[in-house]
Design a binder for this molecule. Structure first.
Ligand SMILES: *Cc1c(COP(=O)(O)O)cnc(C)c1O
Length: 403
């Protein structure tokens, strides 16, 4: 049955806003995926930092199927045990006192931005709406979040953007100091920029943002949609810096492949969302919460988190060696199992050639813009899968740059 549809059907029935690779994956196990012809691929992309425990992890399959036989959906007219269990785990394990569940990263950020506006307007009046965001950052594709994102190509062409959003350069504290004011309600920042190329904030920058937001009665929002849930070797990247935000957003890896997002915050800010202020039909649904709770139970252990750091150093060394032999790469940036492999200027725009060659060699990688090959494998990828995947990747980059 499944083979009666092919990649060509994508171009016939789908809105053409994506350009998927040439094969159609049908099955996954651990860090290996199979296509319709039974060919296997090593997955270094992790569904864009989402399948944090690989494909079809037995404990996640068990959590999902067990919940699927019990209760799927009730709306927020009722609460449910999986949501309460997951919420309790998140507040115990983070800076936060309160959780709001959504279905994606963009929705978690939308909630964060609306909460920051509400807090500021409730406390200080209607002028306090400015949001400071950073060039090169990414916060999702709803109109508010994409307008906060720092890539004009994503946010233009849709008519007037929401007002009050100011962009400055990432890691430039002086630029923030110049624009922050009593009218600032929030600063939204990725502690480590993901889509923009795995670029870590400096500790001084985040520390400076923490101080400037406090001085100006503005909230500090950390977008950890990509950096969270063990990706960097900590449960959340703010722990790497020892700096707590007022609001944190999490999605992607927390669901291990099942759609869920969450906004975490403190009591003092949460109370500005009263009954009816904000909501979503599916947020906190039992299936998503049961899976996410199982993900956190597995990831939030010293074995997995320390394993991330050890595997990361090993992969980074090997990538550097491959890059040197092939001659096309300038550097490997990484934090945990999250790699940005930067092409040299003379190979600008050719990350897509690496993706196509990787497909042919049986390995899945990502891009972060046209000049960076990105990888975000499973946090529990095996050494054998790493070795096989890197061997295929070396063949792929050699093929891509052979001419
Ligand atoms: C992917 C991403 C988002 C958007 O998440 P969606 O689930 O695609 O809406 C937001 N912020 C960051 C940092 C991301 O990497």
């Amino acid at each position: 049955m499944s083979a009666s549809f092919s990649r060509a059907d994508f171009d016939r029935v789908m809105v053409p806003n994506y350009a998927p690779q040439a094969f159609v994956p049908v099955r996954g196990e651990g860090s290996r995926v199979w296509d319709q012809d039974g060919r296997d691929y090593i997955d270094f992309g992790g569904g864009i930092a989402v399948t944090s425990l690989g494909h079809c992890h037995p404990r996640l399959v068990a959590a999902l199927t067990e919940q699927a036989g019990k209760l799927w959906h009730l709306s927020n007219v009722y609460t449910n045990e999986p949501a309460l269990r997951l919420g309790d785990r998140l507040v115990r394990r983070t800076f936060a006192d309160r959780v709001f569940f959504a279905n994606s990263g963009a929705e978690a950020n939308e909630a964060a931005l609306k909460l920051a506006r509400k807090v500021a307007i409730d406390r200080f009046g209607p002028e306090k709406i400015d949001i400071i965001a950073f060039n090169g950052s990414f916060h999702g594709r709803t109109f508010f979040t994409v307008s906060c994102g720092g890539q004009a190509k994503y946010s233009s062409g849709f008519g007037p953007n929401p007002a009050g959003i100011i962009h400055v350069d990432f890691n430039d504290l002086e630029a923030v100091r110049r624009v922050i004011s009593k009218n600032t309600c929030a600063v939204i920042v990725e502690p480590i920029i993901g889509e923009g190329g795995i670029i870590p904030a400096t500790p001084e920058f985040l520390q400076g943002l923490r101080e400037l937001t406090r001085e100006n009665d503005a909230l500090l929002i950390f977008d950890e949609v990509q950096s969270g849930v063990g990706r960097t070797g900590k449960l959340y990247a703010y722990e790497l810096y020892g700096i707590e935000p007022d609001i944190l957003t999490t999605a992607k890896g927390i669901g291990g492949g099942f759609p869920i997002g969450a906004m975490l915050t403190k009591d003092a800010w949460a109370k500005h969302f009263q009954v009816g202020t904000h909501g979503t039909t599916y947020g906190g649904n039992p299936l998503a919460c049961a899976v996410a709770d199982a993900v956190l139970e597995l990831v939030d252990t010293p074995e997995v988190l320390d394993g991330v750091t050890a595997k990361a150093d090993r992969i980074a060394k090997r990538l550097e060696a491959i890059g040197e032999r092939c001659g096309a790469f300038a550097e490997v940036r990484y934090r945990g199992l999250w790699f940005g492999w930067q092409l040299k200027p003379e190979y600008a725009g050719r990350a897509k050639d690496v993706l196509a060659a990787a497909t042919r060699e049986g390995v899945m990688v990502l891009m972060a813009g046209p000049d960076i090959v990105r990888m975000a494998p499973s946090l529990v990828i095996s050494d054998a899968e790493i070795d096989e995947g890197l061997a295929r990747l070396e063949r792929a980059v050699n093929a891509a740059f052979a001419n």
